[in-house]
Write a protein that binds this ligand. Structure first.
Ligand code: MF3
Ligand code: CO
Length: 253
């Protein structure tokens, strides 16, 4: 549970993460490498007197995750990975400012992406916002899971496709560490799990696939890809529970 002053400190960390994602989104275009996106992110984070939370996390070697096309999450940025027209790159970023964490992710279209890819990303972003809307005092954790799942299913029906919801990864509590209890699945029945109370903070982060949601981890020990090679997307915000409902901490200042 965080005090109002502590949530303000988390808001500052979140605003920095948002600033990084805005800058990375502007830089991401055909011909730019994911290594360059990482360098920009680290420069902005350190320039603000903050620390990249991903760097060194269980040995992770970069300040962002950059997951391209069939990569779902935890893609390692590299100067060898040059973005091409039509790619989808999911960028996940975390920063620690004054001891408090912010964590957020966006999926960025590189150049002109297909209508199907744009719809997949829009479905995931809508699911994120549906999940955020369920971050209500007095509710239960799985209300968020259920809202995410329902939004994915609604989008799939509307788009006439069968999106997959990744099951092995999900949201989490966040505060003085990046990953805190509870784990927050992106599917499930409502009305279960811990009661949501003002002062809690959660990272809500749906991951959707164009096809089957089964995942594989590459031999680098990090990169998670779709088993069927289909495309994947990832959207995330850090959200606080207030008396008045959800407060998104990772919006631009
Ligand atoms: N930020 C990711 C998440 O949203 C976790 C990244 S782990 C790292 O929970 F090691 F890659 F940093
Ligand atoms: Co997260």
């Amino acid at each position: 549970m965080k005090s109002p002053a502590e949530l303000e400190a988390m808001r500052a960390a979140g605003a920095l993460v948002a600033q990084v994602l805005t800058a990375v989104t502007e830089l991401a275009r055909p011909g730019v490498s994911t290594g360059e996106l990482d360098a920009l992110a680290e420069q902005i984070i350190r320039g603000a007197g903050a620390v990249p939370s991903f760097l060194g996390y269980h040995g992770y070697p970069a300040s962002i995750c950059a997951s391209v096309n069939e990569q779902i999450v935890h893609g390692i940025p590299s100067t060898a990975q040059v973005l091409a027209d039509g790619d989808l790159v999911s960028v996940d970023c975390g920063a620690i400012l004054d001891g408090w964490h912010g964590d957020a992710a966006v999926t960025i279209p590189v150049g002109a992406v297909s209508a199907a890819d744009a719809a997949l990303s829009a479905a995931c972003e809508a699911a994120l916002h549906a999940g955020i809307a369920a971050v209500q005092p007095g509710g239960r954790l799985s209300d968020i899971s259920h809202a995410v799942q329902t939004a994915c299913e609604d989008a799939a029906r509307r788009d006439g496709v069968a999106y997959g919801i990744v099951q092995e990864y999900g949201g989490h509590g966040i505060g003085t560490s990046m990953h805190m209890d509870p784990f927050l699945p992106n599917y499930g029945d409502p009305g279960q799990g811990p009661r949501l109370k003002p002062g809690m903070a959660l990272a809500v982060e749906p991951m959707l696939t164009a096809g089957d949601p089964e995942t594989l981890e590459l031999a680098d020990g990090w990169t998670v890809v779709t088993a069927d090679g289909g495309r994947a997307v990832h959207w995330e915000h850090t959200v606080a529970i207030t008396e008045d409902g959800p407060r998104v901490l990772t919006l631009p200042a």
